[in-house]
Design a binder for this molecule. Sequence first.
Ligand SMILES: [Fe+2]
Ligand SMILES: [Fe+2]
Length: 257
Amino acid sequence: MSVTRLVEWGVLLGMRKVETVEQMPEEYRQILMKLIYALASTEFASVEQHHPWINRGPTAEDRYIQAQIAADEAHQGFIDCRLLRSFGPDGVALVDDLLRRRMGEHPLDAFNYPFESWVDTVTFCFTMDLVAWYHLHAMENCSYAPLAREMTSMVHEEKFHAAFGARRAGDLVQNPEYARLAGAGKEELQAAVNKWYPRALDTFGKSDSRFSDLAVGYGLRRWNNRELRQMYEQEIDEKIRGLGLEVPPEHLNRKIL
Ligand SMILES: [Fe+2]
Ligand SMILES: [Fe+2]
């Protein structure tokens, strides 16, 4: 999606997009910093999750794609850091905080778990990278032009990660040779889906979040938490059923509703 000059939705509709931190109302600035901080934290956390699986997948393509994904996440994290630093001392403090945190200390729960197996790695890409894609998709052409411009490349990277996960999930159930190489098939994939599905839904945040409504109002996100989770659920549920697997009950093992 290309970046237009004007704000496309919300209370600033029709105005020129925001280009600099100096132009921002204080509330807008606070919400945007929180959004970028949350986004950046997931990028650096996923580098930690993916890197042990670089060069360990069952095929050459699997091994190198994990390297590509880890590189994409690091690159996205550094872009977020550059944006945060442009906010001044409080943005710099957030970057310092981000770069200090390690596995177990990341603010979003789903990013604090190491991948236990190859099927776990594939299922993370299948479920969680699609979550990431929805979050970025919601910020495409947003009211802050520098962020909107970054989305033009980031959304495609996440689509690639999620598509890789979906393809390999399909191979685990439909391609006996791949399942043999991976040491996992339908049963293991179902177990991994059961594990990641509630975490994926939790990652959209609280349904009645004033913060997410304000982000929509300021044109920073196109949809609020509840709407975005519903869109995601519709797509992932269809994909899970398409693999001949069961969709876990919506509220099972959920921590954030
Ligand atoms: Fe990412
Ligand atoms: Fe990703």
